[in-house]
Design a protein. Structure first.
Length: 212
């Protein structure tokens, strides 16, 4: 059986330092405003007065996210020129010689992984650092993680090694995994909220959405 590449993230210990995000941007020479890997800051809760004391139930956790190289990539399904392809090892890539920059893949992806490159006028996305994998090296984002909370490997082996906290349940801000079956495993933060949570929000939404 061939390997099925996947990412693993331990949200319990991610500090949101963005070393993975910076390494990805530097390695792939992405222009200003274009991010393939993004660190999402999730926060919520409030302060409540109780007599002369103030109690709080505030929380914050970080999610380092990029393309999850899904088992059923919807980006591939909607591409009108078949510019998006998937290798036997699960890695999903954009063939730039076929891409027309129509944004269909970006609009369809529930993770917002494909991104428009304003310099080339084409769509772009994480390719799992295929060139580094071929050299026996880890993806740039994984190598840069100072806390060693971001890892990669074969999906089945990652599940056996790290386990996964109910991978078929969505947690904020990710969608239900049953939509595309992402190749990812997670260790969840104690304060992680469900996908339907109303008391969590993204604190840095402008940063992670901006493309220019």
């Amino acid at each position: 059986m061939s390997i099925r590449y996947a990412f693993h993230l331990d949200l319990k210990n991610c500090t949101g330092c963005k070393a993975c995000q910076i390494a990805c941007k530097e390695k792939n020479k992405l222009p200003t405003g274009l991010l393939w890997r993004r660190v999402v800051e999730v926060c919520g809760g409030s302060w409540t007065a109780r007599g002369q004391a103030w109690l709080d139930d505030t929380f914050t956790y970080f999610l380092s996210t990029s393309c999850y190289h899904c088992e059923d990539p919807i980006c591939l399904e909607v591409c009108p020129t078949r510019a998006i392809t998937q290798q036997d090892n699960g890695i999903v890539t954009v063939e730039t010689d076929r891409c027309i920059g129509c944004h269909y893949c970006e609009w369809a992806c529930p993770y917002g992984a494909p991104r428009f490159d304003p310099v080339t006028g084409l769509m772009s996305k994480c390719d799992f650092c295929i060139d580094l994998l071929e050299q026996g090296r880890p993806p740039a984002c994984v190598a840069a993680c100072q806390m060693r909370v971001l890892d990669f490997g074969d999906l089945t082996e990652l599940k056996d090694k790290f386990g996964s906290d109910d991978p078929m349940s969505a947690f904020f801000p990710l969608p239900q995994p049953g939509l595309t079956h992402p190749a990812a495993t997670f260790k969840l933060h104690a304060d992680v909220r469900t996908g339907e949570s109303k008391d969590a929000s993204i604190a840095n939404e402008e940063e992670i959405q901006r493309e220019n």
